[in-house]
Design a protein around this ligand. Structure first.
Ligand code: FE
Ligand code: FE
Ligand code: ZN
Length: 300
């Protein structure tokens, strides 16, 4: 099973990210090349990169299973302020070259929110922008993430994702499916084989390069996008286990983006990453209903 979680990217950059992933027993990871909320990015430090590469070899982490995520504020769908739209395009071009330096092959991107535009205009703006960014010669591929359909989000159904992909002049672009988002968008993850069949007919399973594995705090079709710990939400453990063990996606990295677990006594100040325990639970195939308490206890 190729599985990991999103990890931090701090002073030690990718070296710190890899070290964190190793503590979770992961053989995959996802990082932002800076803070997820902003676009401030520092130069890639090649010493840390070299150290990270050695550590990855020693711990069986392939660079193919290291994923980058673009910051949330990048929005290719909204052209109201043309400077912001231009900035998003320029940022993504720079992000691709940063990833090429790191050897990272995939950047997950939220397609964008149309805001005051119609959905159709939003999709056209995304297509226009991506045609300026996505090139056959890029060594790093953008992956469009399937969204929950919160607010004016584009890409919350397979037809919208297909529309975007069909209008990009290069095939050097793929898809990241997010199980929480799909549930919230109205795709029943308990019928995952049916979903994959529909995906294959419309888009092709071969274009899925990453799976975000999250449970959801909200019911099917709620359009909310609030992630829950594995087995504690509306998808449930068996549905998620079935997805991570799907034979057709066995070579695709699975990335957890589940919430940190709050301390009982100091919930506002202390919270703990659940990834080590969630990865172990998914590998074991057995649900642990006391998982969240165990995580708290492991940090005492
Ligand atoms: Fe995302
Ligand atoms: Fe996600
Ligand atoms: Zn989400």
């Amino acid at each position: 099973m190729i599985i990991g979680s999103h990890v931090r990217f701090n002073q030690e950059q990718i070296l710190g990210s890899v070290k964190e992933a190793i503590t979770y027993g992961a053989n995959a990871l996802m990082l932002y090349t800076g803070a997820p909320q902003n676009t401030i990015r520092s130069e890639i430090n090649l010493d840390y990169l070299n150290e990270a590469r050695k550590l990855m070899v020693a711990n069986d982490i392939s660079i193919d299973n290291v994923i980058c995520h673009a910051p949330y504020i990048i929005n290719l769908a909204n052209k109201e302020r043309i400077e912001s739209w231009d900035f998003s395009i320029a940022f993504l071009k720079r992000e691709i070259s940063r990833c090429e330096t790191l050897g990272i092959k995939y950047i997950v991107l939220h397609p964008g929110s149309s805001v005051k535009h119609t959905k159709e205009e939003g999709l056209n703006n995304i297509i226009e922008a991506l045609n300026l960014i996505v090139k056959d010669e890029n060594n790093c591929m953008i992956l469009l993430e399937t969204m929950a359909g919160k607010g004016s989000e584009c890409g919350s159904n397979l037809d919208e994702i297909k529309t975007i992909l069909d209008h990009i002049n290069s095939k050097n672009i793929g898809v990241c499916i997010d199980t929480c988002h799909l549930n919230d968008a109205g795709y029943d993850m308990a019928k995952f084989d049916e979903f994959l069949e529909e995906f294959d007919k419309k888009i092709s399973i071969a274009r899925i390069k990453c799976v975000h594995v999250n449970d959801s705090k909200n019911p099917l079709g709620s359009h909310k996008d609030r992630h829950e710990n594995i087995g504690f939400g509306s998808l449930g453990f068996n549905t998620i286990l079935n997805i991570v063990n799907n034979e057709k996606l066995k070579d695709v990295p699975k990335i957890l983006e589940t919430p940190y677990v709050c301390d009982i006594d100091k919930p506002k100040e202390l919270s703990y990453p659940p990834y080590k325990e969630e990865i172990a639970m998914l590998k074991s195939g057995i649900f642990n209903e006391h998982l969240l308490d165990d995580i708290r206890a492991n940090h005492k």
